[in-house]
Write a protein that binds this ligand. Structure first.
Ligand SMILES: [Fe+2]
Length: 445
């Protein structure tokens, strides 16, 4: 099969005649927006996606077990799936995706992507998670959304610098402000720099990943979402790649789509039923759930409270002893496990611990009467590192300057709730609040 025929065979959609016209420009097409994600089991697979502005002649991804030698004896080559995408301004992009399969757990691989007839990235490393009891960690960031390059950059890079060997970086929605805007996704990738080439990303949809297409009044998921992220297809039908779960070592990570759940009672029920099914049949020791709109909210301004989500999901989290719930949307920091729970948890223990966090520059204030959180932070950019070591989970929240702002451990106990060890409490440590001290918990009542 000739190179040209091979490419034609891989095209998912697009106008073939138009593509042939682009071939003359295929040289010098350095891969952009290279990103590691998973659409299968992390210990056995790794997906990688990249894009070019014009069609690559012979796109290819290559893989080998990494060692110290700069030799290529056992390279595995994988031909990518190719997707042509037009943005709202009619600019064309070509996306390439591969999933490296049959990998070994606990190994470091090197890979590169590019074009046999053109340019390649350098060799990068990724590591598959261990199947045993090795400690591991991951990073969690709240909304970036606005002024991404200016302010998102330092949060993403501070997080990476804190834990460069973390298993992945999770974004709890609103990565950008306008989901169909190519420039904002460009900024997001520029802010991340090389991080997604070496650390898998787990993206969660927020309300701002949904956007109106020109001439339409209906919000649709970002044009770029399915093109640039290879994500699991194990969610409910129609919500693949925005509702899914990933089993990472001893943790089941469940991702939900609150934008769609808030669409209608029926849409919420679909996700609730699916959530129950993946928590009921869950062999993992730890359970972490992430989605965008929080179950509890004390933010000022509009769009603060979602009782329908709370009514549907809180009982499921409590019933199946979810450990952590990672949320966004409120543009502040909050951590709480004591208030509003409908279960009876003894002192010193915790049921589901709810978090909201923010990594970007947009900040909201708090309505004191609606405070739900035990630990609060306002007007501060944060990132979180979560480390799991056997039966212990260490949750650490840092400000973008590297100050340890919140810190607690969860310890698994047989037939009981987690033991809860709080290292920084709002009663004994000052809280970062809005400028001018508009709110102070101590005199709130
Ligand atoms: Fe949001």
């Amino acid at each position: 099969m000739t190179v040209l025929n091979r490419i034609a065979g891989q095209l998912t959609f697009g106008i073939i005649a138009l593509l042939w016209g682009n071939l003359a420009f295929a040289q010098g097409n350095y891969p952009k927006h290279v990103i590691l994600t998973w659409n299968q089991e992390p210990s056995r697979s790794q997906s990688v996606t990249w894009r070019t502005d014009s069609l690559a002649l012979a796109p290819l991804a290559q893989l080998a077990l990494a060692d110290d030698t700069p030799m290529n004896p056992d390279l595995k080559s994988v031909i990518p799936r190719v997707l042509q995408l037009k943005d709202v301004q009619n600019r064309e992009y070509y996306y390439y995706s591969v999933t490296f399969e049959d990998l070994l757990p606990g190994q470091t691989y090197r890979y590169r992507v590019g074009d046999e007839q053109g340019e390649w990235t350098g060799w990068n490393h990724f590591s598959t998670p261990d199947k045993g009891n090795e400690p591991y960690s991951f990073l969690y960031l709240g909304d970036i959304q606005n002024d991404i390059l200016n302010w998102g950059t330092r949060a993403m890079r501070a997080a990476y610098a804190k834990a460069p060997h973390a298993g992945f970086m999770l974004f709890a929605g609103d990565c950008v402000n306008d989901g169909h805007d190519a420039g904002q996704w460009n900024d997001w990738f520029r802010s991340l720099g090389h991080i997604p080439e070496v650390m898998p990303i787990v993206p969660v949809t927020g309300n701002h990943e949904y956007d109106d297409l020109p001439g339409s009044e209906e919000s649709t998921l970002s044009l770029f979402w399915n093109a640039q992220f290879e994500l699991p297809q194990n969610g409910p039908k129609g919500l693949e790649e925005s509702v899914f779960y990933v089993d990472y070592q001893s943790m089941r990570l469940v991702v939900l789509n609150t934008m769609m759940a808030l669409n209608s009672e029926e849409d919420l029920k679909i996700q609730t039923d699916w959530l129950e099914s993946v928590l009921k049949d869950n062999p993992q020791k730890w359970t972490v759930v992430s989605y965008h709109h929080p179950l509890f909210s004390a933010r000022d301004g509009n769009h603060g409270d979602y009782p329908e989500l709370r009514a549907s999901w809180q009982p499921v989290f409590e019933k199946y002893k979810t450990d952590l719930v990672l949320q966004g949307h409120d543009h502040m920091y909050g951590r709480g496990s004591r208030q509003y729970q409908t279960i009876n948890v003894p002192q010193g223990q915790a049921g589901p611990v709810y978090l909201v966090s923010v990594a970007g520059p947009k900040m909201y204030g708090i309505v004191p009467e609606r405070r739900w959180m035990d630990r609060l932070g306002l007007n501060t950019q944060f990132y979180q590192q979560i480390t799991i070591d056997g039966g212990k989970l260490e949750f650490r929240t840092y400000t973008v300057m590297g100050e340890l702002y919140d810190s607690f451990d969860l310890v698994k106990q047989e037939n009981s709730y987690n033991r809860f060890l709080e290292h920084i409490s709002s009663d004994s440590h000052p809280e970062n609040l809005f400028p001018g001290g508009a709110y102070n918990r101590k005199n709130a009542k």
